[in-house]
Design a protein around this ligand. Structure first.
Ligand code: ADP
Ligand code: NI
Length: 219
């Protein structure tokens, strides 16, 4: 018998790969692949529906607002289209679209609690890829893509109290560590996510300390 679910996962992954292969490389197919792998790893220790988790991970960045004129509805809409084309059941479609619409970071002072355990797994999987060596690389890539400075001592980090303010932000790459990346460790949902986030967090702290020493010509 054909395993319908794994056939759907394969089809959806191929579609996502085709659509995101030209994307800026912090949000491209390789990011999705890493998040998919993280999600499968985290899900091993959680009681979740793996099919929903995998679809959520695969589709979470299918049309990010950052690359769609700030439109938050582009992601869930694109996800729905792909899921419908693959005959996924309506209840799974609802769950996955909810994950896609809620998963993103929205500013230091904005809560981003997920409505389901499956959503918590996908959010942790996505956030792990924002941390550590890869997280650092993605941050400088994104800032470069946006023509922003890597650092400006005259621009202190801002703890955004609203999603709108966070979205409008154009500050240098180093600020993003303080405005998001270093805050994620204490906002992880799952045991596995928390454990992996700790090591990646420590690596970023070390990196920032070295960056500042070099900036000041001390090392
Ligand atoms: P999430 O998927 O956690 O909501 P985003 O899609 O907003 O995260 O961002 C993913 C990654 O893109 C960030 O972790 C960072 O590396 C980079 N990025 C996003 N916004 C910025 C920014 N303002 N400055 C620098 N890098 C950014
Ligand atoms: Ni992502």
């Amino acid at each position: 018998m054909i395993d319908v679910k794994s056939e759907i996962i394969k089809k959806v992954s191929e579609e996502v790969k085709a659509r995101l292969s030209n994307q800026e490389s912090g949000h491209d197919w390789w990011h999705v692949l890493r998040v998919w792998n993280n999600a499968k790893l985290i899900a091993k220790n959680e009681e979740v529906d793996l099919f929903t988790v995998e679809l959520g991970a695969l589709l979470h960045d299918i049309a990010d607002w950052k690359f769609h004129d700030g439109d938050d509805s582009a992601g869930p809409k694109a996800a729905r289209g792909i899921l419908e084309a693959n005959m996924v059941s309506p209840d799974v479609i609802e769950q996955v679209c909810q994950i896609v619409s809620m998963v993103g970071y929205k500013g230091a002072g904005v809560t981003t609690d997920m409505a389901t355990k499956e959503g918590e797994v996908v959010q942790d999987a996505d956030r792990l890829d924002a941390l550590g060596a890869i997280g650092i690389a993605r941050t400088f890539l994104y800032s470069g893509h946006k023509n922003r400075l890597m650092y400006d001592p005259a621009q202190p980090p801002v703890m955004h109290e609203s999603y709108e303010a966070y979205k409008k932000n154009t500050s240098p790459a180093i600020n993003h560590f303080y405005e998001k990346l270093l805050l994620l460790k204490d906002r992880m949902n799952t045991k596995t996510g928390k454990k992996l986030a700790e090591g990646r967090h420590a690596f970023m702290e070390e990196y920032l300390a070295q960056f500042m020493k070099e900036w000041e010509g001390k090392e």
